[in-house]
Write a protein that binds this ligand. Structure first.
Ligand SMILES: [Zn+2]
Length: 395
């Protein structure tokens, strides 16, 4: 078909466009991740020797000492956090953030839905209908596991046009008794923000064709709105306003808040390094002509990277099913990190202004990312929003 190799064929419709761009971005993250991992490796090796075990730090030692450090530094009692994270309080945080950024107003209304606990809201701005949002939050028998966002109707501007009907489906634990509050874990609260970030892509969509509307975008672009939206959950001003004790109404103590956020960043040197090893091996496999000996190729790539011996690939080649059981993630395993770099960089655009709710930045985000669907190439949309390629500066 005229492509140099499989990666060239696969990446053409993606935001990254080609393997060189993917590698450039991954290597930007590789250097600091591996530097962090080496520091951790030294600390764990000292602990290993102090425990009377001679020799090098092995992969199984890493798990053991990382868990010991997590317990010492980030042991958070879930029961202590729980009363502050009720579903209603967190829905309030999600909607308030959408109101402060995009002026959206939510009004719950009675709608004939598929389950008694599903809820519907009319989303308006300045009195104009923007979308219908349906939240079906609780686990129940027969429901598929996980959390996702989809639409019952896509926005379009054909004829009189139509607004989206968008759903967020989750599997949170229902309240113990009817009428009692439902409590979320910190991960659940992230999920709630994440899925609503996808919902915003539908709610603010403003394109002609339904096939290009909302989240119908390139795979390495679709997680940008959702992962970006999660950042607002971690803002002290959002938590202080909304994460209030279910019984006393007291705000989440600042110390506990800071510890929850810090725990999310624990052992990132390891997590990022093992992920990047897999992503870089994937993209190497799919360039040039296929290797006669995949394990030799894998070893060659890891060797060239200087991968730490105590951190094996997250998915070594023989069980790398993302890449080899189907076509979904072949030369595409990078897309998780690609989205993460973009969401961090996009949130940085807000932070740089000194206001995480900066109206001008929010207006640009809506104009160039959230309203455009797939009506223009993702890399062009990003450039319009950020005025440079995705990346980051180390501080
Ligand atoms: Zn998502």
């Amino acid at each position: 078909m005229g492509y140099a190799d499989f990666a060239a064929y696969k990446l053409e419709p993606e935001m990254a466009r080609n393997a060189a761009t993917v590698e450039e971005l991954l290597m930007q993250v590789w250097e600091p991740a591996v530097a962090r991992a080496h520091l951790d490796a030294e600390a764990f090796t000292r602990a290993l020797h102090a425990d009377g075990v001679n020799g090098a730090l092995e992969p199984w030692d890493w798990r053991f000492y990382a868990e010991r450090r997590r317990r010492a530094e980030h042991d958070i009692d879930e029961a202590e956090v729980k009363p502050y994270l009720t579903l209603d309080a967190m829905i309030g945080a999600v909607f308030d953030t959408a109101n402060r950024l995009f002026g959206l107003e939510m009004r719950e209304f009675e709608a004939p839905l598929w389950a008694p606990e599903a809820r519907a809201w009319e989303v308006t701005r300045g009195g104009k209908l923007m979308a219908i949002f349906v939240g079906d939050f609780f686990a129940r028998p027969s429901k598929r596991s996980g959390a996702w966002c989809s639409s019952l109707q896509q926005q379009d501007k054909i004829g009189a046009g139509q607004r989206a009907i968008v759903t967020n489906i989750c599997n949170f634990t229902p309240p113990e008794t009817a009428g009692a509050p439902a409590y979320l874990s910190w991960d659940d609260a992230h999920t709630l923000f994440h899925e609503f970030g996808h919902a915003l892509h539908h709610i603010l969509s403003d394109v002609t064709w339904p096939s290009m509307s909302g989240t119908s975008v390139a795979r390495d672009f679709v997680e940008l709105p959702s992962q970006l939206y999660e950042h607002w959950l971690e803002q002290p001003e959002v938590l202080d306003r909304h994460a209030r004790h279910a019984e006393t109404g007291a705000p989440l103590p600042a110390d506990l808040r800071d510890r929850i956020i810090a725990a999310g960043n624990a052992d990132q040197g390891f997590a990022t390094t093992e992920y990047l090893e897999s992503a870089l091996v994937d993209i190497a496999f799919h360039q040039g002509s296929p290797s006669a000996d995949p394990m030799a190729k894998q070893a060659e790539v890891l060797d060239r990277l200087g991968a730490p011996a105590a951190i094996p690939m997250r998915h070594a080649t023989p069980h790398f099913s993302h890449v080899f059981s189907g076509d979904g993630y072949s030369s595409g395993y990078y897309s998780y990190m690609w989205s993460e770099v973009m969401d961090a960089d996009a949130f940085e655009a807000f932070r740089e202004t000194g206001d995480v709710f900066d109206p001008a930045t929010a207006a640009r985000l809506e104009e160039w990312i959230l309203s455009k669907g797939d009506s223009r190439p993702a890399d062009e949309l990003w450039l319009k929003f950020r005025e440079r390629k995705p990346g980051f500066t180390l501080c």
